[in-house]
Design a protein around this ligand. Structure first.
Ligand SMILES: Nc1nc2c(ncn2[C@@H]2O[C@H](COP(=O)(O)OP(=O)(O)OP(=O)(O)O)[C@@H](O)[C@H]2O)c(=O)[nH]1
Length: 321
C-alpha cells in the first residue's frame, strides 16, 4: 500500500457547532435500583447486562447517548459496597475515582422502596464530590402519584441535589427530559466518540458479563459475590472454506474462559450433576456471544476454585479489579 492509499478520514475531526455539548455522566445507586435498565433506555439498546439479582454490574460499562445537540457518555459504576473485603474496598475506590472525573452524577433511588440506610450511605459518600448530582427516582411506573410525591420529598431531604427527576427506564417515561437535564451540565465540546458507537466496553468484558449472567441464572444469593469470570483468550480460527478465505464469511472463534469460585461446594453448583448445568450455561452464553460478535463461537469453560480470591490482591489484579 502506498501513502496515497491510506485512509485518514477517521482522524479528521469534523467542524462542530459551538452549542454542541459532550461529556460524562456516572450512574450510582444501590444494587438493583434500575441503573442498567436506565442506561439501556437512555442509549436505546441493550448494552449493560440486566438481571433480577443484585450486583451483577461489576465493570464500568459505558453507553453513549447521541443527540443532535450533544453526546452523553454514560459510566455505569459497580455500585458502592459496605467494604467488608478487599474487593469491596477496591470497588469503592473505583467508584470515587470515577465520580471525580465525570461532569455529572446520576444518583438512582427506586420509587418502590423507601429511602433507607443504603441510600443514606451513598448520599454521605456523595457529599465529598464537587460534581453536580441529579437525583433520579427510578421505577416511577411502579407506584401511585401520592407515593411518588412522598419519595421525591424524601430524596430532597437526603442531600443537596442539582435536580430531582422521576423516571421509568422500563417504560421510557421522562427519559428524554433526563437527557435534556444531563446535557445542561456538560461542557461545550465536540463529540467524544464517532456517531453510532454505543459502547467502548472491550469485547472481553462483555463476553465475561454474559457468561457470568448465564452462570448465575437461578442460583442462590450467596454465589454472585463468589463468582468471577475471566476470559483467558480469544483465538481466531484460520479460514477453512472458500467463502472464509475470500473474507465473505467470518471465521470461527475459540473462547477460553475460567470461572473462579471460592469453594469446592460452589464448583458443584456451577457444574451440576454430570456437568449438565455447565453445559446449559455454556449453551446459553454461546448463543448470546454469537449474537454479540456476529460469528460462530466455540466456548470452552473451566470452573476453578481460587480460595479467597476476593482477598488476594494478585488474583484481583488478574481479574481486572
Ligand atoms: N417496573 C419497573 N421495573 C424496573 C425499572 N427499572 C428496572 N426495573 C427492574 O428492576 C430490576 C433491576 O434492574 P436493573 O436495571 O438490573 O438494576 P441495576 O441497578 O442495574 O442492578 P445491578 O446492576 O445488579 O446493581 C429488574 O428486574 C428490572 O426489570 C422500571 O423503570 N420500572
Amino acid at each position: 500500500m502506498t501513502d496515497h492509499e491510506l485512509d485518514f478520514s477517521g482522524l479528521i475531526t469534523p467542524d462542530y457547532d459551538e452549542n454542541f455539548k459532550a461529556g460524562f455522566a456516572a450512574l450510582v445507586g444501590r444494587p438493583n435500583v434500575g441503573k442498567s435498565t436506565l442506561t439501556n433506555a437512555l442509549v436505546g439498546s441493550k448494552v449493560a447486562i440486566m438481571s433480577d439479582r443484585p450486583e451483577t454490574t461489576r465493570h464500568t460499562i459505558r453507553g453513549i447517548v447521541h443527540r443532535e445537540d450533544g453526546q452523553i457518555v454514560l459510566v455505569d459504576t459497580p455500585g458502592y459496597h459496605r467494604p467488608r473485603t478487599l474487593l469491596g474496598k477496591r470497588l469503592n475506590e473505583m467508584v470515587r475515582e470515577t465520580l471525580s472525573e465525570v461532569d455529572v452524577v446520576l444518583f438512582c433511588l427506586p420509587s418502590d422502596q423507601k429511602v433507607g440506610p443504603g441510600d443514606q450511605f451513598i448520599a454521605n459518600e456523595l457529599k465529598s464530590t464537587k460534581t453536580p448530582i441529579i437525583a433520579v427516582a427510578t421505577k416511577a411506573d411502579k407506584v401511585s402519584p401520592e407515593r411518588l410525591t412522598q419519595h421525591l420529598l424524601d430524596i430532597d431531604r437526603l442531600g443537596n441535589w442539582a435536580e430531582i427527576i422521576p423516571v421509568s427506564g422500563l417504560r421510557g417515561d421522562r427519559v428524554e427530559k433526563l437527557v435534556e437535564l444531563i446535557l445542561n451540565y456538560l461542557p461545550s465540546s465536540p463529540p467524544l466518540y464517532p456517531d453510532g458507537e454505543l459502547t467502548d466496553e472491550p469485547e472481553q468484558v462483555m463476553i465475561a458479563e454474559l457468561i457470568r449472567e448465564a452462570a448465575l441464572e437461578g442460583v442462590r444469593e450467596e454465589l454472585p459475590h463468589s463468582l468471577a469470570v475471566q476470559v483467558e483468550e480469544i483465538i481466531e480460527r484460520p479460514p477453512h472454506n472458500a467463502a472464509q478465505k475470500a473474507g465473505e464469511e467470518p471465521t470461527m472463534v475459540d473462547i477460553h474462559v475460567n470461572l473462579f469460585v471460592e469453594r469446592d461446594s460452589q464448583k458443584g453448583i456451577i457444574i451440576g450433576k454430570n456437568g449438565v448445568r455447565l453445559r446449559q450455561v455454556g449453551e446459553r452464553a454461546r448463543k448470546q456471544i454469537t449474537a454479540l460478535l456476529g460469528r460462530r463461537v466455540y466456548l470452552d469453560l473451566h470452573v476453578r476454585t481460587a480460595k479467597d480470591w476476593q482477598r488476594d490482591p494478585k488474583m484481583l489484579g488478574r481479574l481486572g479489579f
